[in-house]
Every structure is written in C-alpha cells, then in structure tokens.
Design a protein around this ligand. Sequence first.
Ligand SMILES: Nc1nc2c(ncn2[C@@H]2O[C@H](COP(=O)(O)OP(=O)(O)OP(=O)(O)O)[C@@H](O)[C@H]2O)c(=O)[nH]1
Length: 347
Amino acid sequence: MFICFHSELRTSVSAASCSCTHSSSSEVDTRPRGRVLRRFGYDDDLELTQEYLFPMIKIPPDCTTELNHNAYLFLQSVFDKHDKDRDCALSPEEVKDLFKVFPYMPWGPDVNNTVCTNEKGWITYQGYLSQWTLTTYLDVQRSLEYLGYLGYSIVYEQESQAAAITVTRNKRIDLQKKQTQRSVFRCNVLGAPGSGKSGFLQAFLGRNLQRQKRIKENHKSYYAISTTYVYGQEKYLLLHEVMPDLDFLSEADLACDVVCLVYDVSDPRSFEYCAKVYKQYFIDSKTPCVVIAAKSDLHEVRQHYSLSPHDFCRKHKLHPPQSFTCNTTTAPNKDLYTRLTTMAMYP
Ligand SMILES: Nc1nc2c(ncn2[C@@H]2O[C@H](COP(=O)(O)OP(=O)(O)OP(=O)(O)O)[C@@H](O)[C@H]2O)c(=O)[nH]1
C-alpha cells in the first residue's frame, strides 16, 4: 500500500489542484495540504525536495555503509509486492513496475551481471537485496535517494532515510579487537589482461564459462556481489575487478578487505603482473592477499618469472596459489569465496 505512495500522492494531489483551479481561490485553503505535502518531502511545485532525497549522513574515514535490519524488511516488502507471479525473481516487467515511482530507471542491464539471477536471467530475491547492499556500500547517497522515492522514512515514521543506514565502526578498531560487526566485505581482484578476472567474478554468481559467454560486452559488470556463510553467519562478499593498468591504480582501487591476484596458468607472462602488483602495493600492507591460479582446467606452463608462483608465495608468507576454474559443467565451486570472506573478516 505504501510502495507507490509517491505516485499515488502525486496523482491525488494533481487531481485536487486541478479541481481547485475551477473554484474561486478564496474558497480554497491550501495551507494544511501544503504542510502535509512537505511532511512527505514535496515542495510547492510537487517535486521531492533535495533535503528529503539527500539527507545528511556523516561517514568518517575507514567506515563503511550498510543497510540495517529494518531497511532489509522494507525492501523485502517492496519485492514481495512486485513479485506478482511469486517465482522469487523479478521479470523485466516486474522491475519496471517496482521502479515506476522513480523519475529515471536506476538499474541498467549490467545489474543482471552483478548479482545472482535465475535460469531466465531475472534478478532473484537474493540478487535484488545484493544490489541494494552494493549501492549502499559504494554510494550511500544514491541508496538514500532511492529509499526516498520508495517512501521508506514515511512507512517507518523516521526523520529521514538515513535511519535505514548503519555506519560501521572504524576498520582499525575491528583490527585491534580482532572482531567485526560488519556484514559487507570488499575483495579487489587484480590481474593481467585476459588472466580470468571476469570469469572469477561471474563464477561467484554461479555461472560457468559456457553461461558467461552469453554476456554481451556492453552488459558486462566490474562488480559481483553475493552472500557466503562464515561460521554460520551470512555475509556479503563484494568482488571488484580492477582495471589492469598498473600505472593508474588509485587508492580506491587498492582499498579493500582482501585482495585476489589472478594469473592464468596457461599464459607464461601472466604471473609477473601479480608479483609486480604485490611488491609495489601490498608487500607492506595489512590487507590479506591471495594468489589465484586461474583456468586450472588448461595445461599449466612455466611462468617467465624469477620465482615460481609457489616459491613466490612461500617467500612472502602467502597461502599457496589457489587453483580455480570456471570451465565446469555445473555451477563453479564456492568454497574459495567463503575462504576469501573469512580472510576479509579475520585478516
Ligand atoms: N579454459 C578456461 N578459460 C577461461 C576461464 N576463465 C576465463 N577463461 C577465458 O579466458 C578469456 C579471458 O577471461 P576473462 O575472465 O575475460 O579475463 P579478464 O582478466 O577479465 O580479462 P580483461 O577484462 O580483458 O582484463 C576469455 O576468453 C574466457 O573465456 C577458465 O576457467 N578456463
């Protein structure tokens, strides 16, 4: 009932103001209505105000942003309302309907390659929550805006949408105390061009190589997010494929909870990139690093580097290279992603 709140309100108010134009202006007292509209975030032109859509929220350094329990409950009710056929996934029409109160379509086709989808390629319930989690983590202002269009603060009678957000405590305190309350962990994936980074991201969404080949180039995503279970707790792991240009790695490309350095076992030149990145950026950092020996279904060749990947890892006290392939007949194995989340939680 609340979900289309804004569109319904707009319609009824437009109708009301239309009928008002036919009556003499002295008969109409618009003040109470004005107050009601302002309470629901509208200005005199029936536009949602900037203050309503973008409430202030302070994010101190080394803190991240997550949705809280009430926000997930709210999003669940939005999903349930729009999943008309009850198949636990949103068809393209259902997605359109869900966002019809927005002034623009917030999700492009890349979202279907960022989160879990069903066999028809439709975003599942879990995928839908994952996308909200991703937006909240990467761009909390956008999430607040979206929750504003859906009327979150009105439904939950909160001062603003900011009540939907948990700002986590500083990561350095987590590290000191060796425990964390966070539920979203970021893993940056680095590797030479063509080493298998996208394959590694898509495999987390349960897609093998054959399925990945159906993804159109312009629908590709550099993010993948889904859940894993660590000691019985559900956590989100957010994978981010970083552009391989070594000279352009920004601080944002490097800031994360765990790093994957991917090389292609069949390409003798690919490990050198991992070794360089590690030595240049991570050798003195506290961020855990994992070397991924990708395309392990292919014939392994000797790497053109002074140390073999195994010896390199031993020398730098890293875990041995983790074999990985997405060239499987069924959905690729998820154990590695659970290990990554565990390392991110307990570095
Ligand atoms: N045999 C095999 N081929 C793979 C595997 N993973 C990826 N490939 C193939 O290797 C090629 C490159 O893989 P990508 O995952 O696109 O590599 P990338 O590192 O993301 O490449 P860029 O984004 O161009 O840097 C593609 O043609 C994939 O089909 C795998 O596990 N086994």
